[in-house]
Design a protein around this ligand. Structure first.
Ligand code: HEM
Length: 299
């Protein structure tokens, strides 16, 4: 090793060390089919529902880690996705899940199904007034003292939305959807993903950063291509794809600063190895969710 050949930083190690996992996630087929609009709209709603359950846990982990000396640097309220997913599902499926839907038991709610008799299938293009208040549900109350160029605009929650959930706010009738407010349930792979988050991401900084990186950097990368493609494919105009839109965030600039944060993170060599392995695990969990969705919506 020479000065011209420094050890790779964590961001480069993550990027190159998980390239094959990324390629498998990207090539899973389900996302491509959504982007091409060859699946019913309810399949997209199903993806949004699985995301809801995943981010509900991930963003509770973020709240738990907000004050951690190392992991806390990765908690950005402006990335919080749960309110956007709640709004998307209200448009797409008539209502958002509740945390109590998460055990997946039949009594807890009804899954979106490919069958068209549940009122949740492709057609519809419901309109919903564009909202501009996607607000953090789980993050800390804002950090006015940040000086790292990453934006937190510090907006307050809207009245009646203090838990980040739409609750019973979805009015399928108003939205022109034939849905009956069906509840949504997590797939087996989604439950496994949540179990892993519960097991490691609430108290182990390497694990929290690994899961945070895999989801949010992906959302700020490929998600920026997928979002507009899905909106075009399903005729969504402003509402229904808020998950992909990060208000006040420049994705390219954010990715650059995020990589700097990764490289500056004070992790032991052992924890850096654990982090790398956990990113591989996070990709595996995401790939499993996409595979189960693909199977469910195979035609
Ligand atoms: C159709 C699906 C996908 C496409 C087209 C796609 C595309 C991309 C592209 C082009 C980049 C590089 C951005 C850059 O150079 O800055 C990227 C990065 C990334 N993607 Fe994806 N992606 C997809 C699916 C996924 C999935 C399912 C995940 C994980 C859940 C994921 C996680 C990531 C992560 C973590 C990065 C950042 C890598 C790094 O620079 O360290 N992607 N993606």
């Amino acid at each position: 090793m020479t000065l011209a050949d420094p050890p790779a930083g964590l961001s480069a190690r993550l990027r190159t060390g998980t390239r094959s996992e990324h390629d498998r996630a990207q090539g899973s087929g389900f996302l491509d089919r959504l982007a091409a609009g060859t699946l019913p709209r309810a399949a997209y709603a199903d993806l949004a529902a699985q995301h809801w359950f995943i981010y509900e846990t991930l963003e509770r982990a973020a709240a738990a880690m907000a004050d951690h000396p190392v992991a806390g640097a990765f908690v950005f309220p402006e990335l919080t996705r749960l309110p956007a997913l709640t709004e998307d599902l209200t448009v797409l499926a008539g209502r958002a899940p509740r945390p109590s839907d998460a055990d997946g038991s039949p009594a807890a709610g009804r899954a979106l199904r490919p069958a068209s008799d549940d009122g949740l299938s492709a057609a519809g293009g419901a309109s919903h007034p564009a909202r501009d208040d996607g607000l953090p549900g789980a993050g800390p109350a804002g950090r006015p003292d940040r000086d790292d160029g990453l934006v937190w605009d510090g907006r307050a929650s809207r009245p009646g939305d203090d838990d980040g959930l739409a609750g019973d706010g979805g009015q399928p009738g108003d939205l022109g959807l034939p849905g009956d407010g069906a509840e949504l349930v997590p797939l087996a792979a989604t439950r496994e993903y949540r179990a892993r988050l519960h097991a490691v991401a609430f108290d182990k900084p390497w694990a929290f950063i690994a899961h945070h990186y895999t989801r949010y950097l992906g959302d700020l990368s490929g998600g920026q291509y997928l979002g507009p493609a899905i909106a075009r494919a399903y005729g969504l105009d402003g509402a229904g794809h808020r998950f992909f839109v990060f208000d006040g965030v420049s994705p390219a600039e954010f990715r650059r600063r995020y990589r700097e944060l990764l490289d500056a993170a004070e992790l032991s060599a052992e924890d850096a190895e654990l982090l790398l392995a956990e990113v591989v695990e996070a990709y595996r969990l995401n790939i499993a969710v996409l595979a189960e969705l693909k199977e469910r919506w195979a035609s």
